[in-house]
Design a protein around this ligand. Structure first.
Ligand code: HEM
Length: 528
């Protein structure tokens, strides 16, 4: 049953039997009782009080009162669509993942695009990272590639995630600014965290204000593994490249559009798909082995670094097509739950400390947001392959084991004993060797925070560089503390002096500060 059809629920025999005279379904309560009057509550006398026995009124108001669920703690504003992923050619040498085994194989997909910082009702055109979360309903389980439209991240270690998000969201005492990188707290944090510099360059560039979702790249960010049937592991970085090419709007356009049509991006996706202009992205892989990883100048586990495509070209392995809007925004887009831990045999994790932290975080927050561990039963989250487990009960259960045994191992015959683990076809973690003392120190290989920021800046055209400088000036001008502005410019001196000078001049700083020390750790204990 699709969502649209659920407005008329089916009766015992599958028939829809409560139909009013003109052929429309009769309005009923949640219990199926036909409602005779939906305009007036039950009252005593002509102008008297409302009667407690008005079950229709009571149920209607009760349900309305509970409509809201918590918005996502990040990526609250989002827009989703259905489609499919089509494999160009088998990738058996790289992975045993079922979706990559057959040429032309189509795997159903659901994608949710989002902004990170703003609340559910914020404007689409904010200067922000965009989420690019893809759920692939493969024959061997759901694989979620929960990416962004920028290939690097602000922080190297997930333990800093609450800090970066607190710093970018509204300030706790005054409750503003919302969804803006334009305030003291954000710049205070960013200027104390040199590891965020590379990401800042992307955020202040035109990349951060896409023309629409259809003109946006996507990145898995982390290094992942692919594992083939022989158990050989290869490192891989995932990229989505839009067939329409990459396009952005400039800041002046973004400001106007935000005022005139804050739904500009979602309207664009809705219109395109409804008109049959189905947007497409190609899945591109950067594939490399241990030898490449050892020789690469940066640590492939560091999520603040890219592997330049000039050094490691991408391989196009399939296409993602979005061809159907949701039937119901809340049921699908709002209740979809992506998780980096949703992987399938043939894909595996690496030790990227941001990825490891994400693996822990998503389930937790989704339990809070959706209210029950049974959110996996919701049609948008349920796999489209057989599911058989002994997990049971909890709030809102719709699917429970139907066998007598609900534990494993058991010695019952199959009809009563239920499912069994399957060593041959099941998921086995790649047996990477790990050893060492427990420690909290960042590895030395994560220490260079500026080289790739510089590489990004110098790769831009003069016009794009000007936009970066203008964005820094605009956003930093909303930061009242001059010492924070100055510290940020001091960091930019490690990126490019032309940029630092332009930003200092734009902000009217009395003098150009000395470059920050090339810090390996967050900067602490500075005098105010
Ligand atoms: C949500 C991407 C880092 C925690 C999301 C979403 C995306 C995303 C696309 C939206 C999913 C949706 O549309 O429903 C990323 C990327 C990251 C990153 C690419 C870094 C490379 C982190 C980290 C944490 C985290 C480090 C925490 C340790 C969350 C949480 C949500 C979320 C709690 C809300 C999920 C929900 O309520 O369903 N992330 N994220 N993310 N992310 Fe991340």
């Amino acid at each position: 049953v699709r969502y649209g059809d659920q407005a008329v629920r089916q009766g015992h025999g599958g028939e829809t039997h409560q139909v009013a005279g003109d052929g429309r379904p009769s309005l009923t309560t949640q219990q199926g009782t036909i409602v005779g009057d939906d305009q007036n509550s039950l009252r005593i006398g002509e102008r008297g009080p409302t009667a407690l026995e008005d079950f229709h009124f009571r149920e209607k108001i009760f349900h309305f009162d509970h409509e809201r669920i918590p918005e996502r703690v990040v990526h609250a504003r989002g827009y989703g669509a259905h489609g499919f992923f089509e494999t160009y050619a088998p990738l058996t040498e790289l992975t045993k993942a079922d979706l990559f085994q057959r040429e032309g194989e189509r795997t159903p997909a659901f994608v949710r695009f989002s902004t990170v910082a703003g609340s559910k009702g914020s404007t689409d055109l904010a200067r922000d990272v965009r989420g690019f979360a893809v759920k692939l309903y493969t024959r061997e389980g759901n694989w979620d590639l929960v990416g962004n439209n920028i290939p690097v991240f602000f922080i190297q270690d997930a333990i800093k995630f609450p800090d970066v998000i607190h710093a970018v969201k509204e300030e706790p005492d005054r409750g503003f600014p919302q969804a803006q990188s334009a305030h003291d707290n954000f710049w205070d944090f960013a200027s104390l965290m040199p590891e965020s510099t590379h990401m800042l360059m992307w955020i202040m560039s035109d990349r951060a204000i896409p023309r629409s979702f259809r003109f946006m790249e996507g990145f898995g960010v982390h290094t992942f593994r692919m594992v083939n049937a022989q158990g050989r592991s290869t490192f891989v970085k995932f990229h989505w490249k839009p067939k329409l090419g990459l396009q952005s709007v400039v800041w002046n356009e973004a400001v106007k559009i935000s005022g005139a049509d804050p739904d500009f991006h979602r309207r664009d996706l809705w219109d395109a798909i409804q008109q049959g202009n189905y947007p497409e992205w190609e899945l591109c892989l950067q594939v490399f082995d241990d030898e490449f990883a050892d020789r690469f100048r940066f640590d492939v586990l560091d999520p603040t670094k890219i592997i330049p495509e000039e050094e490691l070209p991408v391989r196009r392995v399939g296409r993602l097509v979005l061809d159907r809007m949701v039937d119901n925004f809340f049921a699908e887009t709002e209740q979809v739950a992506f998780c980096t831990q949703n992987i399938v045999p043939g894909i595996d994790f690496t030790n990227d400390p941001l990825l490891q932290g994400r693996n822990f975080s998503y389930l937790d927050t989704q339990l809070k947001r959706l209210g029950s561990p049974n959110f996996t039963h919701l049609p948008i989250n349920a796999p489209k392959c057989p599911v058989a487990s002994f997990q049971q009960d909890a709030h809102m259960t719709t699917v429970n084991p139907t066998t007598r045994a609900n534990y494993e191992p058991n010695s019952w015959e199959p009809e009563i004993g239920g499912p069994r683990e399957d060593p041959e076809r099941g998921f086995h973690s790649y047996p990477a060797e790990e050893a060492g003392a427990k420690r909290r120190l960042r590895p030395e290989s994560f220490a260079d925070h500026y080289s790739q920021a510089r590489q990004f800046y110098v790769s831009q055209t003069p016009v794009e560089r000007q936009h970066i400088a203008d964005a820094f000036v605009f956003e930093l001008s909303k930061c009242d503390r001059v010492d924070i502005r100055s510290r940020m410019v001091a960091g930019l001196r490690n990126v490019d002096d032309e940029l630092a000078v332009a930003v200092a001049a734009g902000l009217g700083l009395p003098e150009l500060p000395d470059p920050l020390p090339a810090a390996r750790e967050p900067i602490r204990d500075l005098p105010p």
